[in-house]
Structures are given as C-alpha cells and as structure tokens.
Design a protein around this ligand. Structure first.
Ligand code: SF4
Length: 550
C-alpha cells in the first residue's frame, strides 16, 4: 500500500500538464494600488488583511485527486502579490498552463479578488474553463451564472472532491456535463443545475496529505505559491478538522446547522473517520514537524470518537504540539485524557461575550462559572495555553458590554498571567450570508447593507476603510461604534499581557498591529523530526535572516 501510494504520488509529480490549477485571490484585487485603512479585520486569523490564506479544501482536492494521477497545482496569487510588490498578475496568469482554472470563493471577503482574477483569466485564456467553488460561491450561484459571464461553472456544496474528478474527466474528454453532480453551468442560454448529492456520505473522501504540498514545492522549484499565509515561515502551523457541519446555531455563523441545512445541502453533522484525521496529523509530523490546529469540537464528537482519537494518538507516538477548539466548556475528564494522550496541547474557546445575556442571544448557552471551571481544569491538566475569543458587533451587545469583556479578561489574566490569552475583534468585514443574523436580521437587531454578491463586491470596491466595508451594523452599535470600540478594546486587551512590546501604532499597514500572529499560532514549538521538516526549518532559518517580512 505504501509503495502503491508513493507510486501514485510520483506519477502525479512527473506528469506534465496540470489538470486543474487552484487559484487563491486576494480580498481586494488591486490592494497594492489602494490606500486603505485595513484595521483589525484579520487580527484573529493567520492571514494579513489581504486574506492570503487559501481554504483547506485546496489541499483536500489535491490529496484526493493526485493519488489517482490527476495533476493539481495550488497558486496562491494573493500571497505572491503580497510578497512581491512588483509581481505582474497578468503575466503570472498568462504563464499558468492548465486544462481548468479553479478559484475559491469560500469566504465572501474574497469576492472582489475572485471576480477580477476570473475576468482576467477569461481574457487571457478564453479557451480554458473557469470554475468557482466554496460556500459563498454556493450561496450566490444563481447570481454568478446570471451576471458574471467570465465564470463558466460553480461547484455546489461543502464536500466536492469526488465531483471534481468527474468534472475534470468530462472537460478533458469533452463529454456531456449533465452527469457531473453538484455542477452549475449554462446551456443554450439557460442555467442548468445538476443533481445535488448531499455531502454526508462523502466525508471519508476528505484527506489532507501535507506531504503533497512539500512535493509540489520541490517539483516546481518554488515555495511561495503553495504557502498558506504570509507569516507561515515565521509562525508555521498546519490544520486538520474532525467534522463538517455543526450541531449549533450560533447567530453569526455561516457554518451553523441553520446555514448548512438551508443553503449548503447538509442535513447532518459528519465526523471524519478518526483514522483519516490521524493520517493528516502524521503527514504533518513526517513532512513538516510543526504545531497542528485541530478544528471542530472533539469533546462534542462523543466519548467513542474521543477514545479512539486519543488511543490512536498514543499508538502512533504523535507528540507534535496540538491546538484544540471546543464549542462549549467541558468536563475535567476531558482534560485528564488530553494530558495523558497528547504531547503538548493548548485549547481555545469563543464565548463571544463575557455577558451571559449577550452570549445566550448569540446562541451559546453557558455561564461564566462554566467558563471559569474550564480554565481551571485546563490549567490543572497542563494545557500549554488557553485562548479566549470575544467579538464586537454582536446581537444585544452595547458599548458597556465590550468594556466588561476587558474587565473580565483582566480578572483572569491576573489569575493566570500569560497562560490565558484573551482576544477581541470586530465581526468583519461581513456577517456571513446564510447565518441567522443575515437571514433573520430584524429578529436579531441587525441592519444589513448588502444582500447580493455584487453589493458585497461594491462595498469592498468603494471602501476607504474597513469600517466602510462592514455589511452591517446593529441597533445597539453603529458602524462607527464598532470601529472605535474595536480599536480601543483590542488595545486594552493586548495591554493586559505582560509582554506588550508588540503593540504598535496601527496605520495603513498590512501588518497586524495589536499582537504578533505567533501568539495565535504557538509557532515556537517546532520540532525537527524528519529530513522533510529539516528542509522546512532550514528555509525558516534563511527566511528569518533575510527578514523578508520584518
Ligand atoms: S460558531 Fe457556533 S454554529 Fe458556527 S461552527 Fe462554531 S459552534 Fe458551530
């Protein structure tokens, strides 16, 4: 099996023509020519405000298709534009050779970049089909087909790996497209939507083989196009996830049960087979040796899932630092298991607000006492750190509630020092279409300023500042309130930390100002374990010396 898999990978590497190039666009296409105050829009994600991090689905598509001999390449154009200020996008796109171009429109803030890159690709290579995928493309598929003639196809849903194979085969063999599930396209001037297959039964197709990323870099003799985000060399982390869909209905979440059921064809939560998640983690250990973020709530996955997960972690001697998220506070038993089974672990939770009334309106039903106990258990059982995230722009949240969050953070920071990290940030730039807050806005006290895809495009296109680009305000906080509170509370939260030397004046910089991304990413825990990770770490060393990003 080992040799078979590697033979497939080798085949993928030596074959010449790309079947599919997956392109990740920046949020605003011409960000390099604009003077924009980006504010804190990306403070809580590894990316800069250009949102250069591509969706994990790119790696999953690669991991599924490459072993079957398809040649897939990732082109992180957003990152290339960010790093190389002189990079000519048109020239770069002209140099790409592929049977199909795929662009992600998963996160809506990419609407401006994705549309402009698609338009440019169609101008340069009118013969090559352009397909969009991701949750936002799914939500807006009708508008895309009606209004954007330079986009030929949309792939619907959250798990499309198997359908991409059908799609590539149909295009390359010039076959009828009506048998490609989940595909939207035009035929004789009409929009055709093929049969949509619910994603639940394909969860075992989701795989994240990080070795392929490294092999891609070696094969193409270029690293930048495959790198997930600009500070990755400095704050490296990999991710995997255990589930698709969610049992909860957090009001602001575009990945809630309500959103999936009504807009993304998903009726149930699907948990990935534990062995597949472990395979992802092993591929990170063997090829990169960096910390791993495990997305999805392993506690809520249930005792059987947890037991198997911890058992396989031990059996495979996995000791990379791991960062876990939980959706609700958990029992002490959970932390005992964590301590026994993992090498080094850290936790994160997003209560949204320290005010229990606001939190409950947001769809999270737990008390501050439960949150406090959760910190206590995690600390007692040697979690490496605890990250706690608050947000600004919540339903029923008033100005004073935001300052209560800072007081709450101070109380627990005084107790636990820098072991606990509190973050606060605005919901920005957009409330997710598909979320309860967007769809039932009046019920939750939201005013929505953009409804269509092009409304959102225009918001980004015309914005001089991140506050202009917000697609909402609440009846309690105006756009300006959200802006001012975010800066003030974010700064106060950062000042709590004993090492506040990272706080810089935020101007129009693309760099994060309030804290270093490494605080989020736990990046100093890198181990060199394999020849592959030696390669990555050597590159990191050179990178630091050259101070590319400093
Ligand atoms: S924010 Fe809430 S609804 Fe969304 S994924 Fe997390 S727990 Fe689920």
């Amino acid at each position: 099996m080992f040799f078979q898999t590697n033979a497939y990978i080798l085949f993928c590497i030596i074959s010449r023509v790309n079947d599919l190039i997956l392109i990740h666009a920046p949020t605003i296409y011409d960000f390099r020519e604009r003077e924009i105050n980006y504010g804190p829009v990306s403070d809580l994600v590894p990316s800069t405000p250009v949102f250069e991090m591509y969706p994990i689905g790119f790696l999953s598509i690669m991991s599924n298709l490459c072993p079957d001999g398809y040649k897939i390449k990732i082109e992180n154009i957003a990152l290339e534009m960010l790093i190389n200020k002189k990079m000519n996008v048109e020239k770069k796109l002209s140099s790409l050779e592929s049977e199909i171009f795929g662009i992600d429109l998963h996160w809506l803030p990419h609407v401006h970049g994705a549309i402009n890159i698609a338009k440019m690709l169609k101008k340069i290579r009118p013969d090559v089909p352009v397909i969009l995928g991701g949750l936002s493309a799914t939500y807006f598929h009708n508008e895309i087909m009606k209004e954007l003639p330079f986009i030929d196809y949309v792939m619907l849903g959250d798990t499309t790996e198997p359908f991409f194979k059908d799609f590539i085969d149909a295009i390359e063999e010039k076959r009828d497209l009506s048998n490609v599930p989940n595909l939207v396209y035009r035929e004789n001037g009409k929009i055709k939507i093929n049969k949509v297959i619910n994603p639940e039964k394909y969860i075992d197709k989701v795989k994240l083989n990080y070795k392929l990323l490294i092999k891609n870099c070696i094969k193409n003799l270029e690293i930048i196009p495959s790198i997930p985000y600009s500070t990755w060399m400095k704050s490296s982390t990999a991710m995997t996830f255990i589930q698709k869909g969610c049992h909860h209905n957090c009001v602001l979440c575009g990945g809630s049960k309500y959103a999936y059921k009504n807009f993304y064809y998903r009726n149930f939560v699907s948990y990935r087979p534990v062995k597949n998640v472990i395979e992802d983690i092993k591929s990170v250990e063997e090829s990169l040796g960096i910390p791993i973020y495990v997305s999805g709530d392993i506690y809520q996955a249930g005792p059987k899932y947890r037991e198997e997960f911890f058992k396989l972690i031990k059996e495979n001697n996995i000791d990379s630092p791991m960062l876990f998220e939980i959706f609700n506070p958990t029992q002490e038993e959970f932390y005992k298991d964590m301590e026994k089974s993992t090498g080094m672990y850290a936790m994160e939770i997003s209560p949204e607000s320290s005010n229990e009334f606001v939190r409950a309106w947001c769809g999270r039903y737990y008390t501050n006492f439960a949150l406090e106990k959760n910190m206590e258990y995690a600390k007692k059982h040697n979690a490496g750190k605890m990250d706690i995230f608050f947000s600004i722009g919540l339903t029923h949240q008033k100005k004073e509630n935001v300052f209560e969050d800072v007081q709450f953070a101070k109380k627990y920071h005084d107790m636990y020092n820098d072991w606990v990290h509190f973050f606060t940030s605005p919901i920005s730039p957009f409330i997710d279409p598909g979320s309860l807050a967007f769809e039932l806005n009046e019920k939750f006290g939201y005013r929505i300023f953009a409804r269509t895809l092009m409304d959102h495009y225009n918001l980004l296109d015309k914005a001089k500042s991140w506050i202009d680009a917000l697609n909402y305000e609440t009846i309690w906080l105006s756009k300006n309130d959200i802006g001012n509170l975010s800066i003030e509370a974010g700064k106060n939260m950062a000042l709590l930390r004993s090492n506040n030397s990272n706080i810089k004046e935020r101007k129009n910089s693309l760099l994060p100002a309030i804290f270093e991304k490494s605080e989020l990413m736990w990046s100093d825990k890198t181990n060199i374990k394999t020849p592959m990770s030696f390669f990555v770490n050597t590159y990191r060393g050179i990178y630091f010396r050259l101070k590319i990003r400093s």
